[in-house]
Design a protein around this ligand. Structure first.
Ligand SMILES: [Zn+2]
Ligand SMILES: [Zn+2]
Length: 232
């Protein structure tokens, strides 16, 4: 009983702090409308997980394509911020389903979300919700126990700007015995690609095979990836 009251108070406080309204049409009391959510999908051409440029250049031989369903801007950005910081969990699975419908990656055995950073206080992993939506749409199992952050990793907050781009390849670790398992990686936003490169390396070390990565959006204005974006 007390827990329920506390939960109600928490929800009310959140509503006062961030009044619920659809960022597109402004409809109050809902955090989004499915139609408005679908209207912001605007997939960018597949890009390379290793170099960030358009997928298919000579450097991409041992790489895989990344599929982003929007550019990290405007309403597409607002929806992901609601999911990440305003506790609007229900957006996650809907976004995942849209990501699945919009793109056409090659088939896989598992959908694997990037784990939540160890030093975050968030209650849930937004990438797991996206991965769940994709998993439902493709009927491929989602497994969030495959990847975890390695213990020796420097804290994200201690790394700045370009330093973040140079995330060490061993920042993530994968569970053993992924023998030839084909995996689609899922993350919310592509910034520098460092996390995805580390996830791919960790999975390959255990014998698995990353076939693609799916993201809700790609950030284009950061100094880290301006150069590669120009190749589009
Ligand atoms: Zn709306
Ligand atoms: Zn490449």
């Amino acid at each position: 009983m007390i827990i329920r009251i506390l939960k109600d108070i928490k929800l009310m406080t959140e509503h006062l702090l961030w009044p619920q309204a659809c960022p597109i049409c402004g409809r109050a009391t809902v955090s989004f409308c499915p139609k408005c959510l679908a209207s912001v999908v605007n997939a960018v051409p597949p890009f390379c997980l290793e170099c960030g440029g358009k997928y298919g250049a000579h450097c991409c031989k041992n790489s895989v394509p990344c599929f982003a369903s929007s550019i990290h801007d405007g309403a597409a950005r607002e929806f992901i911020l609601k999911l990440k910081y305003h506790n609007v969990k229900s957006i996650g699975i809907s976004l995942g389903r849209l990501m699945a419908k919009e793109n056409n990656p090659s088939s896989a055995d598992l959908i694997v979300p990037i784990p939540l950073h160890g030093n975050t206080s968030r209650e849930y992993n937004q990438s797991t919700l996206l991965a769940t939506g994709i998993s439902e749409e493709y009927q491929i199992k989602c497994d969030e126990s495959i990847l975890f952050w390695s213990n020796n990793r420097p804290k994200q907050t201690e790394r700045y700007g370009l330093q973040r781009a140079s995330m060490p390849l061993n920042a993530l670790t994968a569970i053993p015995k992924l023998n030839n398992k084909k995996i689609i990686l899922v993350d919310d936003v592509y910034t520098t690609g460092g996390t995805l490169r580390s996830a791919k390396a960790a999975i390959e070390k255990q014998g698995g095979k990353v076939v693609s990565a799916m993201l809700w959006s790609r950030r284009i204005t950061s100094i880290e990836n301006e150069a590669t974006w120009e190749n589009f």
